[in-house]
Design a protein around this ligand. Structure first.
Ligand code: UFG
Length: 327
């Protein structure tokens, strides 16, 4: 089936595109290349360079029998969302509307939406199930929750045979690489790629944000998920949109502290990692650990890869691509 992947030249989008190709689908990538990389798109895939706000480009795309959409295109740096909230609302919420309009006009009724654990804000308890209240604490999380609500309202409208079906996937902390695609953001804010930059000698030390959290070693705990496991969840979710809509957490049901991540990078790479303790980063919840029971039961999804595999695959990718996608 022809599947439109918005943001398909980005870190996660390119891995999903690769996975769709592998299973015999025909992905079509829409990307404005504000963050994505041409070299990240697998060879032979049709690429449309356009913005989501470009209604003409969307109309042309949906005149060519697109059966379903994986909507990844978004801005996603929490700190930026606090500094530039309007940009985040425009790109993550505003741009969803022309996409849904174009889908409706083109008769496309299935969408998988890239959401985030950021919708939970600072949850009262872990592991976090989908029933936990969604109370985002920054504009990024709010934009993702609004996107989910727009989809739910659109799906509830109209007769059930012809209305939209959506699946929102709430990602926890995505990491790792495939042979072809890896993580390369400018600037890089995420923990694992930053620690790898220290291992490579590109960064003198890693700044550890907060050592006095109420966690066993005082540093924040996150639930890391391999980008390949995440991509698999998207193809399962796409299939599920044939029958129903829903919201699912995607994580490993297991948390690692920032210190544990740094130690694992040191072990996997065999390099010394110099650490400098810093004050807490604003808005970081102490612990985010997913319950993925619902995704396991309803989508049949089982993550296969652990933290070591995430770090070793990301490390191998960085060694093969010292300049990222510039090489
Ligand atoms: N951290 C450091 N030093 C760094 C970078 C990060 O100590 O140089 C810490 C952070 O304070 C945090 C942990 O490492 O405790 C993970 O930080 P990341 O920036 O890698 O990831 P986040 O947990 O902040 O963000 C992720 C996603 C966001 C999503 C958010 C939900 O990347 O898109 O989870 O809370 F919004």
């Amino acid at each position: 089936m022809r599947v439109l992947v918005t943001g398909g030249a980005g870190y996660i989008g390119s891995v999903i595109t690769e996975r769709l190709l592998q299973r015999g689908d025909v992905p079509v990538v829409l990307d404005n290349f504000s963050q994505g990389h041409r070299a990240a798109v697998p060879p032979g895939v049709e690429v449309v360079q356009a913005d989501l706000a470009d209604v003409g480009a969307l109309a042309t795309l949906f005149s060519s029998a697109i059966e379903a959409v994986v909507h990844m295109a978004a801005v996603s740096v929490v700190g930026d969302s606090v500094r530039q909230p309007l940009r985040y609302y425009r790109e993550n919420v505003g741009n969803l509307l022309p996409l849904l309009d174009a889908m409706t006009r083109g008769g496309c009724r299935r969408i998988v939406f890239s959401s985030s654990a950021a919708v939970y804000g600072e949850p009262a308890e872990v592991p976090i199930s989908e029933e936990c209240p969604a109370r985002p604490v920054n504009p990024y999380g709010s934009t993702k929750l609004m996107g989910e609500r727009i989809l739910a309202d659109a799906a509830a409208a109209g007769d059930s045979a012809r209305s939209l079906r959506f699946i929102s996937l709430r990602y926890f902390n995505v990491a790792g690489a495939t042979k072809a695609a890896g993580e390369m953001h400018h600037p890089e804010t995420h923990l694992i790629p930053r620690v790898l930059e220290v291992a490579l000698g590109e960064r003198p030390h890693v700044e550890l944000y907060g050592t006095n959290y109420s966690t066993p070693d005082g540093t924040c705990i996150r639930d890391y998920i391999h980008v390949e496991d995440l991509a698999e969840a998207h193809v399962l979710a796409l299939d599920r949109t044939r029958a129903s809509s829903g919201v699912y957490n995607l994580g490993n049901n297991r948390g690692y502290s920032v210190r544990e991540v740094i130690e694992t990078v040191a072990r996997v790479t065999g390099r010394m990692i110099s650490v400098e303790n810093r004050p807490r980063r604003t808005g970081d919840p102490p612990q985010l650990i997913a319950s993925h029971r619902k995704a396991a039961e309803e989508l049949g999804w089982r993550p296969r890869l652990g933290l070591e595999e995430m770090i070793s695959s990301a490390w191998e990718w960085r060694l093969r691509h010292p300049q990222g996608y510039a090489q």
